[in-house]
Design a protein around this ligand. Structure first.
Ligand code: ATP
Ligand code: MG
Length: 409
C-alpha cells in the first residue's frame, strides 16, 4: 500500500508510447494476470470496535476470464470489490495489501491511458480517474437504481463517451451509443427512452452497455442480475460471455448464487466471514469441492441434471463479523470440525493436485482437514477426484460430490 509497492511507474501515453511492463510484454494475452489483489485487509471503523470485513484476501483476475466470487450475504464480497477499486465509502478503511493493475490499453482507450503496472491503492486521484470506467468499470450492487431517472439512456451513455472519448464528435457518440445498446440486445431506437420506460432486464443491459462503453480491461459486476427473473438473467449472462469472448475483458462476477457461477465462471472463489476459503477452476469446485463450506453451498441448490438428491444446506447462520469465532470462522457450523479447528486459523494454501494449466492459478483451500500433516483422513465428500487432474483413477469423478447423509444438529 505504500509508494514502494508501485511495481512500475504509471505513465500517461498511448499504447504505442512504450512497452508495457506487466507480466505479459507485447500484446495482452488471454489468461495473463490483469488485476492482482494481494493480502487485502479492510475494516469498518477503527480501534477495538473495528469490524474486519476482509482479511488477507488474495485473488488474481486474468484477461479474457470470468472470476466468480461467491458467499453468503455479509461475507465481504462487495467490500472486497469496492476496496480494490478504491470505491469504498466511510467508515470503510483499507488497512493493508496491494492491488496491482497490469494495464495494457487497447485502441479504444483514452489517449492518456495508464500504462504498465500500478498499485491502485497508491494511485493519485488523477491517475485513478483515468483508470476508472475506461480501464476498470464497476457495475455496483444497486445498479438497477443507478441510472438517472430524468435523463434518457442515450444521453447517459453519451455522457460517459463525452468524458472519456474527446476524439468523438456528437455524431460519433450517437453512433457508438447505438452500437453499444445493440451489442447488449437493445434496439437503437431506445436511445431516447427514459429508464422508467425500460424493463428491469433492459435497464440492466443498459448498465452493462455503459460499463463496456470504453472497452475496459476489467469489468467488476456486483450481483448484476439478482433482481431479474431466471430467463432474463440467463439471457444477460449469455450475452456477457459472448461479449467477454469478443472484447477479451476480465470480469469479476459477484453473487451469492453459486449455481450461477458454475456455468458462467472460469474460476470461482468462495468467501466466508471476510476470508477467502476456497478458490478453484469452476468445474473442479463443482465436482470436487474441498472446503466444507463450499460443499454445503453446493448442497443448498438442486443440480440441473441427473438424479434427484436431498438438499441439506448449511446448519446455523454466518457469524456476526464483530465477534468472529476463534480458529476457523466456519468451525461452529462445520460437520467435519476437529479440535484444532476451534483454536488455529487455517490459511488459504495451494493443494497439490498435478500441474496447473497455463493461464490458471493452483487451486487453494483453507481447511485443516486438508493439512497433509494431519492424522485425520480427509472425508470422502471433500476428496472427490478433481476433473482437472490428469486421468482420475475413480470414475466417480464424473459425478458431483455426494450429498451428506445427515445434517449436523
Ligand atoms: P451481500 O451479499 O448482502 O451483498 P456482501 O458479501 O457483499 O453481502 P458486504 O456488503 O461487503 O457483504 O459487507 C461485509 C460486512 O461488512 C457486513 O457483514 C457488515 O458487517 C460490514 N459492513 C458493511 N458495510 C458496513 C458499514 N457501512 N458499516 C459497518 N459495517 C459494515
Ligand atoms: Mg454485496
Amino acid at each position: 500500500m505504500s509508494a514502494g509497492h508501485v511495481v512500475a511507474p504509471v505513465t500517461g501515453g498511448a499504447p504505442a508510447s512504450g512497452p508495457a511492463s506487466g507480466p505479459a510484454s507485447g500484446p495482452a494475452g488471454r489468461g495473463d494476470p490483469v488485476l492482482e489483489i494481494r493480502d487485502l485487509c479492510v475494516d469498518y471503523g477503527v480501534g477495538d470496535d473495528a469490524v474486519h470485513a476482509v482479511v488477507d484476501a488474495n485473488l488474481t483476475l486474468r484477461r479474457g476470464q470470468v472470476l466468480g466470487l461467491a458467499g453468503e450475504s455479509g461475507s465481504g464480497k462487495s467490500t472486497l470489490a469496492y476496496a480494490a477499486t478504491r470505491l469504498l465509502r466511510e467508515p470503510g478503511v483499507i488497512t493493508g495489501g496491494e492491488v496491482l493493475f497490469h494495464s495494457q490499453p487497447n485502441a479504444q482507450s483514452r489517449p492518456d491511458a495508464v500504462t504498465g503496472t500500478a498499485d491502485l491503492l497508491d494511485l493519485g486521484e488523477g491517475d485513478l480517474q483515468r483508470v476508472r470506467w475506461s480501464e476498470i468499470s464497476v457495475v455496483m450492487q444497486s445498479a438497477l437504481n443507478a441510472l438517472n431517472p430524468v435523463t434518457t439512456i442515450g444521453r447517459q451513455i453519451e455522457d460517459v463517451l463525452k468524458a472519456h472519448r474527446p476524439d468523438l464528435n456528437r455524431a460519433g457518440r450517437v453512433r457508438r451509443s447505438t452500437e453499444l445498446l445493440e451489442m447488449v440486445g437493445i434496439t437503437g431506437d431506445r436511445l431516447g427512452s427514459y429508464p422508467f420506460e425500460l424493463s428491469g432486464g433492459m435497464r440492466q443491459r443498459a448498465m452493462i452497455a455503459m460499463a463496456l462503453a470504453l472497452e475496459p480491461q476489467v469489468v467488476i459486476m456486483d450481483e448484476p442480475t439478482t433482481a431479474l427473473d431466471v430467463v432474463t438473467q440467463r439471457e444477460i449472462l449469455e450475452e456477457l460471455i459472448r461479449l467477454r469472448d469478443e472484447l477479451g475483458f476480465a470480469a469479476l462476477f459477484i453473487t451469492h448464487d453459486l449455481s450461477l457461477l458454475i456455468e458462467l465462471a472460469d474460476e470461482i472463489a468462495v468467501m466466508y466471514a471476510g476470508r477467502l476459503v476456497e478458490r478453484a477452476g469452476s468445474e473442479s469446485l463443482f465436482r470436487a469441492p474441498r472446503h466444507p463450506y463450499t460443499y454445503g453451498l453446493l448442497n443448498s441448490f438442486p443440480p440441473m441434471h441427473g438424479a434427484r438428491v436431498a438438499m441439506t444446506g448449511i446448519a446455523g447462520s454466518p457469524p456476526d463479523l464483530r465477534s468472529i469465532p476463534s480458529g476457523c470462522a466456519f468451525h461452529p457450523r462445520c460437520r467435519y470440525a476437529m479440535e484444532r479447528c476451534s483454536v488455529d486459523e487455517p490459511q488459504l494454501v495451494p493443494l497439490s493436485h498435478g500441474p496447473v494449466p497455463p493461464g490458471r492459478s493452483p487451486r487453494e483451500v483453507s481447511c485443516w482437514r486438508h493439512d497433509p500433516r494431519s492424522a485425520e483422513p480427509v472425508p470422502a465428500e471433500l476428496n472427490q477426484p478433481d476433473p482437472a487432474d490428469p486421468a482420475p483413477a475413480n470414475p466417480a469423478a464424473a459425478a458431483p460430490a455426494p450429498a451428506p447423509e445427515e445434517e449436523k444438529a
